[in-house]
Design a binder for this molecule. Structure first.
Ligand SMILES: Cc1ncc(COP(=O)(O)O)c(C=O)c1O
Length: 431
């Protein structure tokens, strides 16, 4: 039921009575009034040391980093299991040098949209290198991974078309389809039988199935060997988002499709530079004709400034290093296996994670807040994930494992998690 301002005393808002989900629908004649009430709820959360989002980071996002702790008003050192710097490339000396050298030559930005003057020789080289890396004919670089999904889906789908989404798809997939005006149907997470049932019932052949290689909040893998043949059987096109899988899965590092040896079956692959590539930007890859079409019809590409030349240079350098030396990836896998084992034997629920993205299930929002407060006190930084990123009673911490984590740091992380989860087992907020 939607919240109504009549039910809340603005001078006495107790954050323990609400979750962020409650403020999504708020009944008021004034568009901005919700923010007055939300602000009071948020401030109460800060006072109680719950709202640990968006604290300024003061050093490089490596195994440990310095963060301005808003609850104590001081800079503190934290163990970092939150950044997507899976292979540590954001701080690799050769990558930093390539970026610096490119800034010296081109300056700080593309300063134009790609169809005008924002497309540089180095961007073109990046696109052809990415296409080769993915085993596709062509690739397009977008400003972010979010806009790669937004632009690609809204560029292709039209009202009356149907997008069939794994129910745990990333927000950018949902938003891209919504923007297109196509109908959204969902299938039970990673469930080929339910997917088939949905596809069977459709009246149009203009269908796109959207899935993720590594699911961003659960760390499990798309069941491609079963899902792909069903899509083919019903003539549906496939968009596979490999955001978290790039450089981690597959012999070449191209992702989960390569891992399962079915890259040729994927129509469009989406990637991002914000995870293992340690930067910002995104890309779509696929057939040359489709990618050429998208350059004119993906509005998130056409109407947004292009990725900076120095970003392109950094990604190219990473792809060059990666081809010669996969030791960072080997280390990431060693660490991932170690953490899976440690967390499970500590009795923590990591769902069905099969990757370096590891959820630790916390239950409801109120317990999650208390957990996040205690982790903050003990100096451990993780993703604190609540609605709308996950459904209301499936809140969790999300651990991002990296190649640079040491065994001691991983042990410390699990020790802290275990103690905090044990302490808050039957947590209910004090009134
Ligand atoms: C599966 C998935 N797709 C897309 C994105 C968006 O990528 P970016 O941060 O580059 O916008 C993310 C980011 O978290 C993601 O997890």
């Amino acid at each position: 039921m939607a919240l109504n301002k009549r039910d809340i005393d603005l001078n006495n808002v107790n954050c323990d009575d609400y979750t962020t989900a409650d403020f999504y629908e708020f009944e008021s004649d004034d568009l901005f009034e919700v923010s007055e009430y939300f602000y009071e709820m948020y401030q109460d959360g800060v006072r109680k040391k719950y709202m640990v989002y968006g604290q300024p980071v003061m050093s490089a996002p490596l195994d440990e980093f310095e963060v301005y702790d808003i609850t104590s008003g001081s800079v503190r050192r934290f163990l970092n299991f939150c950044s997507y710097n899976y292979l540590g490339y954001s701080y690799h000396p050769e990558v930093k040098k390539a970026v610096k050298d490119t800034i010296d030559k081109y300056g700080t930005g593309a300063v134009s949209a790609p169809l005008l003057s924002g497309y540089f020789d180095i961007t073109q080289k990046l696109e052809s290198t990415l296409a080769e890396f993915k085993g596709h004919e062509a690739a397009i670089v977008f400003p972010t991974g979010y806009s790669a999904n937004l632009g690609t889906l809204s560029g292709i789908l039209r009202p009356g078309d149907v997008a069939v989404l794994d129910m745990l798809s990333h927000a950018s997939i949902y938003d891209g389809v919504r923007l297109s005006g196509a109908d959204i149907k969902v299938f039970v997470h990673n469930n080929p039988r339910h997917l088939e049932k949905v596809l069977k019932g459709l009246k149009t052949k203009r269908v796109m199935v959207c899935i993720e290689g590594v699911y961003s909040m659960d760390g499990d893998l798309a069941n491609l060997p079963e899902i792909v043949p069903i899509c083919k059987k019903y003539g549906a096109k496939i968009l596979l988002d490999e955001a978290h899988a790039s450089l981690v899965f597959g012999e070449r590092g191209a992702g989960v499709a390569e891992h399962f040896g079915i890259e040729d079956e994927i129509d469009i692959s989406i990637g991002t530079f914000s995870k293992s590539f340690g930067a910002i930007g995104g890309f779509a890859s696929g057939g040359l004709k489709l990618m050429t079409y998208l350059r004119m019809y993906a509005r998130a590409y056409v109407f947004s400034c292009a990725v900076a030349p120095h970003t392109a240079a950094g990604i190219l350098k990473i792809l060059e290093i990666y081809q010669k030396d996969k030791s960072y990836r080997d280390k990431l896998w060693e660490n991932t296996r170690y953490m899976h084992e440690k967390l499970k034997s500590a009795g923590l629920d990591i769902g069905n994670s099969k990757s370096h993205v590891i959820p630790v299930m916390a239950g409801n929002d109120l317990r999650l807040r208390e957990i996040s407060k205690r982790l903050q006190e003990k100096g451990l930084y993780t993703g604190v994930v609540t609605y709308p990123a996950v459904s209301k009673n499936k809140t969790r911490l999300r651990l991002s494992i990296s190649s640079y984590h040491t065994k001691e740091e991983m042990d410390r992380c699990v020790e802290i998690l275990k103690s905090v989860f044990d302490e808050t087992k039957d947590w209910t907020p004090r009134r």
